[in-house]
Design a protein around this ligand. Sequence first.
Ligand code: HEM
Length: 279
Amino acid sequence: MQGLIVVTWERYLYERFGKEFLEVYRKAIGIQSHVVPLASRIYKDEQWLIGVEAASKLTKLSPDTLLREYGRYFLLNGLTGHFCAYLLSQVRSGRALLLAMRDAHAQMRRASPQLIPPIFRYESISSNPNELLLIYDSPRHLCSLLWGTIEGAAERYGEAVRIIEVACMKHGAPECRLEVQFLPGKGQPAETPAQTTQRLARLRLAHLVLLALPEREGITLSELADRLRQRQVETEQLRPRFLLEALEHLQFAGLVKSNASQGNELFRRRYWRAPTSGK
Ligand code: HEM
C-alpha cells in the first residue's frame, strides 16, 4: 500500500482518537515511537491491515466503520490535498473526480507496478448524469473505504451524495456494485481570485514540466530548469522549490518517474515521463 495511505491513516487516528490513542495503537502493532511512516514509500498491505484490525479492537468500532470514516478523511485532509494536487485541482465536482479516478488510478499502476489502486468501471443508470453505477472489484475488498472516499469526494466539492450498495464481494458477489447519486449541497467555498490564480499557475507549471521531461534517460533539476528557460518560462517559476513541488505532484499522479529510490541526492536525481499507455 502506498505510503500516503499509511501516513494519512495515522493522521486520521490521531485527529479522531487523540495523541495518546495513537501511541497505544503504535505500541500494539509494534511500531517504535520514533519511526515515522513516509508518503513516498510503499508498505506491505498486511502491515496496514493488521493496523486496521488493531485500531478496531482498541476503539471497539468495526473495521468497516473505521475504513469508511478514514476514506472520507483521505479525500478531505490537507496532506492528500497537497500530494494529489495535480489531480484534485483539475476537477470541480465529486462526480468529475470519481470519473477521473479510473484513468488516474490506472496511470499510478502503470508508473509503479507495486501499486494496485482500484480501476473502476461505470455504467449509467438513468438519464441524469449525476447518477451512476460504480463497479469495484479490487481483491483487497476495501469497499467500506471506497464508500467513504465517495462521500469525501462529494464533501470536498460541497455536494451531498446518496449511495446504495446493490452487490458486495464480501457477501459473495463477483464485484461490488454501488449506485451513486451526487446531489447539490452548499457548494464549494469560493476561491478568492488570488487562490484561483495560484492554482492555475501551479497547474500550468506542472503541465510545462511534464512537456519538458524526456521519455527516457532522465534529466536533473538544473537541466529541467534550462529546458524551461528556453521555453520562456518566467525565472521566478524556475526556483527549485516550485520545480520540486511540480515534480512531486506529477509523481503522485503517476506521470513522472525518478531514480530517487537509488539513493541519489536531490540535485543529482534524474526525472523522466512515465509511459501513459500499455498495461
Ligand atoms: C473519488 C475519488 C477516489 C476514490 C473513490 C478512490 C478509491 C480508492 C480505494 C477504494 C482505494 C483502496 C485500494 C483498493 O481498493 O484496492 C484507493 C487506493 C489508492 N488511491 Fe484512491 N480514490 C480516490 C481518489 C484518489 C486520489 C485523489 C488519489 C491521489 C493521488 C488517490 C490515490 C490512491 C492511492 C495512491 C492508493 C493506494 C494504492 C496502492 O497502494 O496500491 N486516490 N483509492
